[in-house]
Design a protein around this ligand. Structure first.
Ligand code: 5GP
Length: 192
């Protein structure tokens, strides 16, 4: 998506350790008009699919998914919560996710009553890198018995293996910008 690539070129900051900082418009300060264009693009890419719900993960996915929902008939957005608690009360799907940027492991939960067997969902998130966040959400979807119609990602770092592995598993992964390479010295970003 050209608008997103242009914005990454303009405002993205390449950090050491393969981290792209986009907090000026995507995951701290939010450009709602850009979110809206992203939602429209996912609606085009997933056209014809039955979508009952959008699943995402806090924090950065929530705003993006909520704006996108308006392009999918305002379906409910469910976000997985990161929690310190290891309390297993049977009312929640629970998994562990390793954070690429923070290098720590989170417990992630979704209340069972918000994902019902047979529902069709798309998963939306801001970044796809190693695929840990997505794999955790897919485990929850599996356990819940929902049908995953696709995965919408704002920025995929194509030089990390998450996207390739998910496509090989048969998921329709629609990343609106795929970064092929980025250089922390020059700030240069190459898109696929
Ligand atoms: P993964 O689980 O695929 O390794 O990484 C996905 C999650 O890590 C995303 O939800 C995002 O929060 C974070 N992340 C991964 N790479 C980057 C990056 O380069 N920049 C930022 N800002 N977040 C990232």
């Amino acid at each position: 998506m050209k608008e997103l690539e242009d914005r990454i070129r303009k405002d993205g900051i390449v950090r050491e350790g393969n981290v792209l900082k986009v907090d000026n418009f995507l995951n701290h300060q939010c450009d709602v008009s850009l979110y809206d264009q992203m939602g429209a693009e996912w609606a085009r890419l997933f056209e014809g699919k039955r979508i009952d719900k959008i699943l995402t993960i806090e924090t950065s996915g929530i705003g993006i998914a909520c704006v996108a929902s308006q392009h999918f008939g305002s379906v409910p957005v469910v976000f997985a919560r990161k929690t310190e608690s290891t309390n297993l009360d049977g009312e929640q799907y629970r998994t562990e996710i390793r954070s690429f940027t923070k290098n720590r492991v989170y417990n992630v939960i979704v209340a069972k009553r918000f994902l019902n067997p047979g529902e069709h969902v798309i998963i939306i998130d801001d970044f796809l890198a190693m695929g840990c966040a997505l794999n955790g959400l897919l485990e929850i979807c599996d356990e819940a018995g929902v049908v995953v119609e696709g995965i919408g990602i704002a920025i995929e770092k194509g030089f990390q293996p998450g996207g390739k592995e998910l496509r090989e598993r048969g998921y329709q992964v629609e990343s609106l910008a795929i970064v092929d390479s980025m250089d922390p010295e020059t700030g240069n970003i190459v898109f696929a």
